[in-house]
Ligand binder design. Structure first.
Ligand SMILES: Nc1ncnc2c1ncn2[C@@H]1O[C@H](COP(=O)(O)OP(=O)(O)OP(=O)(O)O)[C@@H](O)[C@H]1O
Length: 229
């Protein structure tokens, strides 16, 4: 067991500097996330949910404070170090899936493996297994442009899982889906959390999805509040 929390945020600020003004989005955030938790980040539009997710994903850097991952100070990493960290530990899922429409689901899912130097045959083989894990075994040879919204989001989750990340960071993963498909994606995220012990952090406006997670953190006026059940 690692004695450190998975994530630890210490007095994190995030400001954006615009023309003539500075917007203070996150103020003095303190947060601990343990391995195996499932967390929803909620709050009104513009409250800084995506910004917080981007900080956890090292896609943005804090303006002040520090972010640790298993005791390692992420704030001290250079760009190459951050990229290596993201590849090794994180899977990302976004609202609009960001798959390549002209390639098959299988090729899209195998992409992180092929990019990281795996043999194409092995990458495709593993992609097949991961697609089965997300319930998309039947659609793997179809081009992404022919898949439904729910199927595309499953493929996107499979791609995020391909390199076996410890953490899945999802930004509005059900935002472009109807209620039923959104619900299924929420169940899938919980399955991955429970069955694989993967830590899941989702940013969402979807209350049903948020309630599936075991912790809900609400951003209000730049501060974080733990919501009670
Ligand atoms: N790169 C940036 N440059 C300047 N301002 C930014 C940048 N990214 C975010 N912001 C600002 O920070 C604030 C928080 O944005 P963020 O996208 O994190 O909110 P959110 O809670 O995810 O919103 P939504 O629910 O609408 O997606 C907003 O006022 C936004 O305009």
């Amino acid at each position: 067991m690692n004695k450190f929390p998975l994530y630890e945020l210490r007095a994190v600020d995030k400001d954006f500097v615009g023309p003539g003004e500075q917007v203070s989005v996150l103020r003095q955030l303190t947060l601990s996330i343990q391995a195996g938790e499932s967390i929803a980040i909620v709050g009104s539009s513009g409250s800084g949910k995506s910004t917080l997710l981007h900080l956890l994903g090292t896609l943005e850097s804090p303006s002040a404070g520090e972010i640790f991952f298993e005791g390692q100070n992420l704030t001290k990493l250079d760009e190459a170090g951050k990229a290596a960290f993201r590849n090794r530990e994180l899977g990302f899922v976004f609202q609009f899936h960001h798959l390549l429409p002209e390639f098959s689901a299988l090729e899209n899912v195998a992409m992180p493996g092929i990019i990281s130097g795996m043999k194409r045959h092995d990458a495709l083989e593993h992609a097949r297994e991961v697609l089965a894990q997300v319930g998309l075994e039947a659609g793997h040879n179809r081009r992404v442009s022919t898949l439904s919204g729910g199927e595309r989001q499953r493929a996107a989750i499979a791609r995020a899982l391909f390199l076996k990340p410890k953490v899945l960071l999802a930004d509005e993963p059900t935002g472009s889906l109807d209620e039923q498909n959104g619900d299924r994606i929420g169940d899938l995220l919980i399955e991955l959390n429970c069955d694989l012990g993967m830590t899941v952090v989702v940013v969402t406006h979807n209350d049903v999805l948020a309630r599936k997670m075991n912790r809900r953190l609400e951003l209000r006026s730049g501060e974080l509040y733990e919501q009670a059940d």
